[in-house]
Write a protein that binds this ligand. Structure first.
Ligand code: SF4
Length: 157
């Protein structure tokens, strides 16, 4: 299990997965009990959402090492594919290795949410604080930040 210091970008040690309710049920009724056994529960989520740079390969390798020892890697990988997770390392699989999600026309709500995340990030809130305020998963915050970093002309958030 990896416990790392806070990242240089000021992220708190947010858990990659949300705290589960006792039933382990997602908002849409999906069974998420497998997340209780996630090897990354106490890891720095930044490890699983590496930024481009000289250390990216080392970061990916470190994340994949955690995933390799994770008892729920298959569930995690299936979850990421089912939800078309575009960013991050899930089940040891990088975003490049995952099948491309189908293009969606209904991106407005996500754009609005991303804009709120960007604004709160600029205000200095941590990923966990943003997640709590918007009632979303901290991973969603990291995904939105990754999308924003990948946009042309983006500057470091
Ligand atoms: S496979 Fe990796 S990302 Fe998925 S739950 Fe396990 S450690 Fe976390």
């Amino acid at each position: 299990m990896v416990t790392r210091p806070l990242s240089a970008r000021g992220l708190t040690a947010a858990r990659p997965f949300p705290a589960l309710d006792p039933a382990g049920i997602g908002r849409d009724g999906e069974d998420l009990t497998w997340q209780r056994d996630a090897a990354c529960r106490d890891a720095d989520p930044a490890l699983f959402f590496p930024e481009r740079g000289t250390a990216i390969h080392r970061t990916i390798a470190a994340a994949r090492q955690v995933c390799a020892a994770c008892p729920v890697a298959a569930d995690c990988r299936a979850f990421a594919r089912r939800h078309h997770e575009r960013f991050g390392i899930w089940g040891g699989e990088t975003e490049q290795a995952r099948p491309r999600p189908p293009r969606s026309r209904g991106t407005r709500p996500r754009r609005d949410r991303d804009a709120r995340i960007a604004r709160l990030t600029r205000e200095g809130l941590t990923a966990e604080e943003i997640a709590a305020r918007l009632d979303i998963n901290p991973r969603t915050v990291h995904r939105a930040r990754a999308r924003q970093r990948s946009e042309p002309g983006a500057t470091a958030a």
